[in-house]
Design a protein around this ligand. Structure first.
Ligand code: ASP
Length: 354
C-alpha cells in the first residue's frame, strides 16, 4: 500500500472540505424555513378532523407568512419574530396565548432567539403578562448587555422597551386550564382559583380534550430561518409544562438546549425540557455536524432517537443545515412545516408524513 504523507493527506482533506463547502454554497437555496408547533403523542385517527385541520392551517399560515417575508428579502430575525408572534397569538399552541398553566394557576412564558453569524442570543424565562415573549427575547439580545433575563426584572425591561403588556386573562384557554386542574388533582395539590378575568367555564370539545390529554404538555413553537443574505436565526417560545412548580424553567430559553444557531446549523427543540437541558440538545446536534463531520440528519437522529431516548427523554427538533430543512422526533407526531425558495410548502403532523 502506498502511504501518502500526512501533510498531503491533510491538504487533500482540506481541499475536499473546501470543495464540499463550495458545493453546499452552490446548492443552498436562496432562503429556507422550518418550524415546529410542538411534538408529542399525536396519532392518526386519534385527532378529530376539525382539530387536525385547525393545526394544519395554523402551521400553513405561519409558514406562508415567513416564506413571503423571506421571498421579499426580509432578515431572518424579523421572520423568526413574526412567525413566532403568530404562534404566540394562536391559542392552539403552548406559547403566548394558549400557554399551559403553572400548578398555582399562572402563566409563565419562556422564549429565546439566536443568530448564527455572530452567536448573539437573547432569552427570557418565567415572564408574565408580556404579549410576545419572543420579542422580549429579541430585545434582550439587541438592547441589553445580557443574554438571559427572568421574572420581574425581565418584565420591567419589557416596559422599558415599550413592549406590549397584557392582562393575564388574555392568555387563558379553557382546555389548558382543565389540563392543569387534572394534573394538580393527580398530584394531590390544591386546585388554584380561576384567575381574575377568566371567562366563565365552558365545555371543552371532547375531541379537543382527548387531543389535549394525549398531547400532554407539548405545543411549543419554534422556527429556524435562513434569509437571502445567508443569515440564519433560530427561536423558540413556550409556556413550558403543565402544572410546573417552583418557578420551573425548561429548555426553550436555554441557549444550546432548546435553541441554537451557529455556522450552517440552526435548531429549535421541543419536548420535556429537563432532558433537553441535560443533553444540551440543540448545540449537541450542531456540534456533531461541526466536530464529528456528520450530516445533519444523522446528527439529529443520533441525538433524538438514540441519546435522548436512552435517557428517557421525549420530543424532537427542527433544524436547518446548509439550508436544508430537517427534523427528528422520537414521539408519534410533531407539528411541523418547511419550505425553501422555489419549493412547495410542506406541512405535517404524523410520523409517516413529509
Ligand atoms: N420544551 C418545553 C419545556 O420543557 C416544552 C415543550 O416543548 O412543549 O418547557
Amino acid at each position: 500500500m502506498i502511504r501518502r504523507p500526512v501533510t498531503s493527506a491533510l491538504i487533500a482533506a482540506a481541499s475536499l472540505a473546501a470543495a464540499s463547502a463550495a458545493h453546499a454554497e452552490e446548492t443552498r437555496p436562496a432562503w429556507a424555513l422550518v418550524l415546529h408547533g410542538g411534538a408529542g403523542v399525536i396519532e392518526r385517527g386519534d385527532m378529530d378532523e376539525a382539530t387536525e385541520s385547525a393545526y394544519r392551517s395554523a402551521l400553513g399560515d405561519a409558514l406562508a407568512l415567513g416564506a413571503s417575508m423571506l421571498e421579499a428579502g426580509a432578515p431572518a430575525m424579523d421572520v423568526v419574530e413574526a412567525m413566532i408572534q403568530a404562534l404566540e397569538d394562536d391559542p392552539l399552541f403552548n406559547a403566548g396565548r394558549g400557554a399551559v398553566f403553572t400548578s398555582d394557576g399562572r402563566i409563565e412564558h419562556d422564549a429565546s432567539v439566536m443568530r448564527a453569524s455572530d452567536l448573539q442570543a437573547g432569552a427570557v424565562a418565567g415572564v408574565r403578562g408580556v404579549r410576545h415573549p419572543i420579542s422580549l427575547a429579541r430585545a434582550v439580545m439587541e438592547d441589553s448587555p445580557h443574554v438571559m433575563l427572568q421574572g420581574a426584572g425581565a418584565e420591567s425591561f419589557a416596559d422599558d422597551q415599550g413592549l406590549e403588556r397584557i392582562e393575564e386573562s388574555y392568555f387563558f384557554t379553557e382546555r389548558r386550564w382543565q389540563a392543569m386542574v387534572r394534573q394538580v388533582a393527580a398530584l394531590g395539590l390544591p386546585v388554584p382559583p380561576r384567575p381574575d378575568g377568566a371567562p366563565e367555564p365552558e365545555p371543552v370539545r371532547e375531541g379537543s380534550r382527548q387531543q389535549m390529554e394525549r398531547e400532554h404538555r407539548f405545543g411549543t413553537g419554534g422556527v429556524v430561518a435562513l434569509d437571502r443574505s445567508g443569515e440564519m436565526v433560530a427561536g423558540t417560545s413556550t409556556g413550558g409544562t403543565t402544572a410546573k412548580r417552583w418557578g420551573r424553567v425548561g429548555d426553550s430559553p436555554v441557549i444550546g438546549a432548546g435553541t441554537y444557531a451557529g455556522g450552517d446549523c440552526g435548531v429549535s427543540a421541543t419536548g420535556t425540557g429537563e432532558y433537553f437541558i441535560r443533553l444540551s440538545v440543540a448545540a449537541r446536534v450542531c456540534a456533531r455536524i461541526e466536530l464529528a463531520g456528520e450530516d445533519g440528519q444523522t446528527a439529529a437522529d443520533t441525538v433524538i432517537q438514540d441519546e435522548l431516548l436512552a435517557m428517557g427523554g421525549d420530543g424532537g427538533v427542527v433544524m436547518l443545515h446548509d439550508g436544508a430543512p430537517l427534523w427528528s422526533f422520537n414521539t408519534s407526531g410533531m407539528y411541523r412545516a418547511a419550505q425553501v425558495a422555489g419549493g412547495e410548502p410542506m406541512v405535517a403532523i404524523f410520523e409517516d408524513e413529509g
